[in-house]
Write a protein that binds this ligand. Structure first.
Ligand code: BTN
Length: 235
């Protein structure tokens, strides 16, 4: 199972800390902070990180690196299932956002650490809105578990997410997305919906057909089928 959890009252960012100290941290170390002064989101966004939210990063140093993107999807699924177990009707937005009514509840920032092009570690950073009452400054529509009437604390949800993640970690590491595809599809309500995938300057538009056995988004576009492995999915 997971090994150690280092706790801080305040960090710039748990991901930044984990990357900075990567060589000193062993496989499966968890860095957790009560607040972050420079929380980071995907695509260079900031992540509002006041007290009341859950902010942690897991440092992974696997031998096999074929399925790193799928580990991020496993983390998103683990967060989604843990949140659902509190009675909150969360779902996943590909590739790894957890939403309720199109408002963000949890996001994941996955970063690889390399030295001279050699993989050293994967840092999986997770932010969950738990007890915050005012997320109007989040920069995007956001909601907390407390606002959804779920009475929980950061520590409880942290344990649930880690338990769920490490229960399938080895299997996904060895076999990839197919291990979690059925569960992922159960909490992914976008099949048949029209979406836009933003990445670079040319967005792709189409109808979501499925998630492939590798975890990619399969779209039916005006010009045929597109298999998308990176981007931001927007309705
Ligand atoms: C997203 O844009 O959806 C990803 C947000 C990830 C936020 C978490 S909070 C813990 C970790 N440390 C960071 O600076 N970011 C991630």
């Amino acid at each position: 199972m997971y090994m150690r959890i280092f706790r801080f009252d305040e960090l710039d960012s748990t991901n930044t800390y984990a990357k900075r100290n990567c060589s000193l941290l062993t496989d499966r170390t968890v860095i957790c902070a009560r607040r972050q002064t420079a929380g980071r989101g995907r695509l260079n966004r900031t992540w509002l990180s006041q007290e009341g939210g859950l902010y942690f990063s897991v440092v992974l140093k696997p031998q096999k690196t074929d399925f790193l993107a799928n580990l991020t999807q496993l983390m998103a699924l683990s967060a989604c299932k843990s949140i659902q177990s509190l009675g909150v009707p969360a779902h996943l937005k590909w590739p790894n956002d957890v939403l309720i009514n199109d408002k963000k509840l949890c996001g994941i920032l996955s970063e690889a650490v390399t030295v001279q092009n050699t993989f050293q570690a994967l840092v999986l950073g997770v932010g969950v809105n738990v007890r915050q009452k005012d997320l109007s400054c989040a920069g995007q529509p956001a909601v907390s578990l407390a606002e959804m009437g779920a009475n929980t604390e950061e520590e409880i949800i942290l344990r649930q997410i880690l338990d769920c993640f490490f229960a399938s970690y080895e299997e996904v590491l060895l076999n990839g997305f197919s291990v979690i595809r059925t569960d992922y599809l159960k909490v992914f309500p976008y099949i048949g919906k029209e979406v836009e995938i933003r990445h670079g300057i040319n967005p792709a538009r189409g109808t979501v057909q499925t998630i492939s056995p590798n975890g990619e988004l399969v779209l039916q576009t005006a010009t045929g089928q597109a298999i998308i492995s990176i981007g931001d999915m927007c309705l």
